[in-house]
Design a protein around this ligand. Structure first.
Ligand code: CA2
Length: 146
């Protein structure tokens, strides 16, 4: 059976590659998703990517993920990382293993970015490796699930 992964990106990540390249890199979200899909093909799995600027829409996708046939979730919650108990509750309410990804090293930035509400309910957190972080998350989940 081919494992399917849901790759979620939260608010403002649709702007990648167009603003603040010194912090978030020059790749657009489409570039990142293309590279993750190439890796998925190499690994023999599938990735469906989805971005939204809306907290409730993210939560709805998380609730539906198991019924939608996904084996695991990779998520960059963007700014909701540091604000959303609702997002944490959604992730802890599902059975699917989840990896939290951040392009930047949130622990080396402003103090308000040091705390993640979701960190305590995910398998692990990858931060500071730029776009490669999504690929590391996919490799980690594949190793865990295979
Ligand atoms: O480093 C990350 O991936 C973040 O999740 C990105 C969030 C930030 O609030 C987190 O602290 C760390 C911000 C995403 C905003 O993305 C932009 C991309 C291009 C231009 C402006 C914002």
């Amino acid at each position: 059976m081919v494992l399917r992964f849901l790759l979620l990106n939260g608010p403002n990540l649709n702007l990648l590659g167009r603003r603040e390249p010194e912090v978030y890199g020059r790749q657009t979200l489409d570039d990142i998703n293309r590279d993750v899909n190439l890796l998925a093909a190499d690994l023999g799995c599938e990735v469906e990517a989805f971005q939204t600027n809306h907290e409730g829409v993210l939560i709805d996708r998380i609730h539906a993920a198991a019924d939608d046939g996904f084996a695991a979730i990779i998520i960059n919650p963007g700014g909701y990382t540091h604000t959303s108990i609702a997002l944490r509750d959604a992730l802890s309410s599902i059975e699917l293993p989840t990896v939290e990804v951040h392009l930047s090293n949130i622990h080396a930035r402003e103090t308000f970015r040091h705390h993640s509400y979701v960190a305590g309910v995910v398998v692990g957190q990858i931060a500071g490796f730029g776009a490669v972080g999504y690929q590391l998350a996919l490799r980690g989940l594949m190793a865990r699930l295979s």
